[in-house]
Design a protein around this ligand. Structure first.
Ligand SMILES: Cc1cc2nc3c(=O)[nH]c(=O)nc-3n(C[C@H](O)[C@H](O)[C@H](O)COP(=O)(O)O)c2cc1C
Length: 182
């Protein structure tokens, strides 16, 4: 498949499991995240790799956060299970810098590009992945447990693993109604 075909057909897969990807695979994914457009070269992102015992620690963080919000038993149980939906999660967060030419929003966008680049790298490495956020990504307790400062943003939890279910190729949205020429 050439790169254009790849871009035209990429899609997520939330059905993930299998072994923890080897370190070489993880490194290649992280390397793709580092290659994104970055105004003034600020590197306004941080990647936190969560695997093995880290998944249990993240589960405990999600559970504590849900308890602190007064969630019921079902919600607490659901939150605690979330990190086990894949053997590897990369948490992408911002690392905002003060810069006269680069407002925060550009730095947030660059961090988002890193998520997308890593998702595409995972696909190239024959792994499935899905970009998730949800309540837990905005929760101060979760940030604290992940050593992410409260004024930073969690841009995504990128769940990565072997695909346990092959999904049919979705049809592409047409671009015409979203495009105008000036
Ligand atoms: C910033 C962001 C946050 C997202 N958060 C979630 C999420 O919490 N849960 C979810 O099921 N999908 C979430 N998605 C959407 C999925 O990653 C995915 O793009 C969507 O299911 C469509 O599938 P596709 O990527 O195959 O087109 C998010 C996407 C983005 C860009």
């Amino acid at each position: 498949m050439n790169v254009l075909e790849f871009l035209h057909t990429r899609q997520s897969n939330p059905h993930l499991q299998g072994n923890t990807p080897e370190q070489g695979i993880i490194d290649n994914i992280l390397k793709a995240g580092m290659r994104v457009p970055d105004h003034a070269g600020l590197t306004p992102w941080r990647f936190t790799v969560v695997k093995d015992e880290g998944l249990t620690k993240l589960s405990k963080a999600f559970k504590s956060a849900t308890i602190s919000d007064g969630g019921d038993e079902a919600k607490i149980e659901k939150a605690a299970k979330m990190p086990f939906r894949a053997p590897l999660i990369i948490v992408i967060s911002t690392k905002f810098h003060q810069h006269v030419k680069v407002p925060k929003q550009e730095q947030l966008i660059a961090a988002g590009c890193a998520v997308h680049a890593m998702q595409m790298a995972a696909t190239c490495l024959d792994l499935g992945s899905v970009w998730r956020t949800g309540e837990m990504s905005y929760h101060p307790l979760v940030k604290e447990r992940l050593n992410i400062e409260l004024h930073e943003e969690i841009v995504g939890f990128l769940y990565i693993g072997e695909e346990t279910k092959e999904l049919p190729l979705k049809s592409s949205k047409g671009f015409e109604e979203y495009v105008s020429y000036f």
